[in-house]
Design a protein around this ligand. Structure first.
Ligand code: FAD
Length: 388
């Protein structure tokens, strides 16, 4: 048994870190911090030039055919550096869905633009009254001639204010069991009846609430079968099973370590000599190692197509995000008020990373499936318990 990631992925990781050193300029990071938007057109173009928009896609579909272990190395390093990849990831996720279940016309319209990084697609699943239970979507799509009329609202439609389309789940038949009456659409956002309002979150991320008032969408923008939306969603979420936030843990630990090495106590010794600091570091680095192993095992299950991915993938997301929250809170408590000085303050510690992580970590146990939902899935798939 070999727990290492292999030479190929480690070489690729090195290439990714060198790329990030070059393109994550202070200007790019400043823009992302100031706006709370985890998308940057200049950064996306640089990723496109490397051919990394579709790392894991098969070569014959325009990707690089990299295995899940290499894709994991990329996501660990981009997370570690807080690179603005969210817009790319939602866009490429929807592009992948279209590639698998879309019409030839949809592929011709969307895929070349996705590969040029000149289209942004937001996700419109969550609603004000339905989040974890996305299948309870109440936004209606009603037939109107050659198209549909959409009416309803979506909550947390991140990037909708800069996106060209929203990939939306809408109810097309209210009279059948909830999973059977849903259809997915790719709705152009720049049109009458669409309203996008900012929602600023504690984590600093700007997201949106979006309203759709009798918005017309041609049937050509329906993705998949009428009332087949839940099957399309399972294609969309297939890649979400082994999400990990180990890269975020590494970012926090990098900042904590840098602080401890460069800050001195009253006796002149470095903070690393403090037993409380050393104890916290030992704990954090151990938990980071467990997160990395869970993520790597998830990637390995993915590469081998093993069924265990359904239970082990959620363990990776659950463990890495819950530990991240505890670590951020504990680090703040240990350093004290100095760590509360935020990004932008000239006296801030480590670029405000610790203060930012305390806030940012809160959202990680909510999006991509809350901790409670992950625990239910684990109980169901790992122990064979009934659906929670
Ligand atoms: C910063 C941010 C960005 C986001 N971006 C997007 C986006 O781009 N697109 C998008 O569609 N969504 C997005 N989301 C939404 C996110 O996916 C939802 O917030 C999440 O799915 C939870 O849904 P909810 O907020 O409606 O909470 P609810 O589902 O109402 O849950 C409330 C509480 O009840 C618990 N709960 C719910 N059901 C169960 C159950 N069956 N068993 C046990 N406990 C349960 C939950 O765990 C939670 O603690 C984003 C959220 C945030 C915070």
């Amino acid at each position: 048994m070999d727990f290492r990631l292999g030479e190929r992925s480690e070489l690729f990781r090195k290439e990714v870190t060198e790329f990030l050193d070059e393109v994550l300029t202070p200007e790019v990071l400043e823009r992302c911090h100031r706006t709370g938007v985890n998308h940057d057109p200049a950064f996306s173009q640089a990723v496109r030039e490397k051919g990394w928009l579709a790392l894991g896609w098969p070569v014959e579909h325009g990707g690089q055919g990299r295995d899940p272990i290499e894709v994991l190395a990329y996501s660990e390093e981009t997370q570690r550096r807080n690179a603005p990849v969210y817009g790319i990831s939602t866009t490429m996720m929807v592009a992948s869905v279209i590639n698998q279940v879309g019409t030839e016309a949809q592929k011709a319209e969307i895929l070349p633009r996705a590969f040029r990084a000149d289209v942004v697609i937001a996700l419109g699943f969550t609603e004000p009254e339905n989040g974890s239970d996305a299948a309870a979507a109440a936004t209606r799509a009603v037939r109107d001639g050659a198209g549909w009329r959409i009416t309803g609202s979506k909550m947390f439609t991140t990037n909708a204010h800069i996106a060209d389309y929203v990939f939306m789940l809408a109810r097309t038949d209210p009279d059948v069991p909830k999973h059977q009456g849903l259809t997915t659409f790719l709705l152009p956002l720049d049109q009458e009846g669409v309203e996008v309002n900012a929602v600023h979150t504690i984590s600093g991320e700007r997201t949106n609430v979006t309203f759709y008032n009798d918005v017309y969408v041609d049937d050509a923008w329906r993705i998949g079968e009428v009332n087949g939306g839940w099957r399309v969603m399972s294609v969309a979420f297939a890649s979400e099973h082994s999400a990990s936030f180990s890269g975020e843990q590494a970012r926090l630990l990098d900042a904590f370590t840098a602080w401890a090495r460069t800050t001195t106590r009253e006796d002149g010794a470095a903070k690393t000599a403090d037993s409380a600091v050393a104890e916290r570091m030992g704990r954090t680095v151990t938990e980071l190692e467990v997160s990395r192993l869970l993520a790597r095992r998830g990637a390995w299950y993915k590469a081998t197509g093993a069924r265990e991915l359904h239970s082990r993938g959620p363990m990776s997301k659950l463990f890495s995000t819950e530990r991240l929250q505890t670590q951020a809170d504990a680090t703040l408590q240990l350093i004290g008020p100095d760590a509360l000085r935020a990004w932008g303050d000239p006296t801030t510690l480590e670029g405000g990373t610790i203060e930012h992580m305390v806030r940012h970590a809160k959202g990680t146990t909510i999006y991509a499936g809350t901790s409670e939902i992950q625990r239910n899935i684990i109980a169901q798939h790992a122990l064979g318990l009934p659906r929670g």
